[in-house]
Design a protein around this ligand. Sequence first.
Ligand code: C2E
Ligand code: MG
Ligand code: MG
Ligand code: MG
Length: 279
Amino acid sequence: HAKEQGRRGFRFFEMAMNANVHQQLKLQQDLRRAIECQEFTLHYQPKLVSPDGPVTGVEALLRWNKPGEGLVPPDQFLPVAERTGLIVPIGNWVIDEACRQMGAWRDAGRGDWTVAVNVSTAQLNHAGMVDTLRGALERHGIEARHLTLEVTESTAMRDAEASLAILNQVAALGVGISIDDFGTGYSSLLYLKQLPADELKIDRGFVTELACGNDDEAIVAAIIALGKTLGLKIVAEGVETVEQQELLTRLGCNALQGYLLGVPVPAAELERTLRTSAA
Ligand code: C2E
Ligand code: MG
Ligand code: MG
Ligand code: MG
């Protein structure tokens, strides 16, 4: 009896496995088509000094305009894209498109902006990364200082030595480096000190809890002090309330990002959101 039940349990497990494998294969197929048919698009979210202050930069966030399904957020396809290596062609497109858009902004008088692109582990450790960056900058006539790579702490830590070597080449090119989701990884201070970074982004997790009278204010203050000691610009992500904004500014953040200051939107809408938030 128990054996029978065990077998049935296994059967169920097997069926669930198959369904999952099937789902992943389908997603993989869809992603290949998406690359071919250019179904990806970028939304942009500003980094601002204050709600009515100047824009210091703009972060490109990937969206998949999947036929019949609308905009698919990155967490629903990035894991598979990373496992299959499809993140490399997708990421190359992101870099090229962000540079093209930066060129348009520069020509429209936004020459003080910097566009930031997120880069995952499989991309960073891919041999062609530095050439891809150089190629995109040249193709669109963009100075390297107009481009920043956002690399999470855990991406930079994975295969730390190889990542450091590539990041040093990226920095030598003149492209900025931002440490994303800071505080969620396990980088040692020794490694952090060696990173050729320009910017540190405090993870949304700490920001969300701010102004609730807990330890997070002290943690954020410590992160800011650490970042400043290392000569980094400090950006807080996920700022949603005026209380958070005021506290983060008081604690010394150089720039803020979050729904309070502007949600991610297509390039054509960005000017409009900036105008409304300034009004
Ligand atoms: P991230 O780089 O840390 O980006 C911040 C995420 O938080 C974005 O989600 C953004 O839409 C969201 N966000 C911004 N402000 C707020 C806020 O005030 N409240 C809340 N609740 N959320 C906020 P999104 O666009 O879904 O992207 C998720 C992650 O996917 C990104 O996290 C990044 O790690 C990754 N990603 C996005 N685009 C790309 C890309 O082109 N390439 C790669 N490799 N990864 C990407
Ligand atoms: Mg980011
Ligand atoms: Mg982040
Ligand atoms: Mg994040």
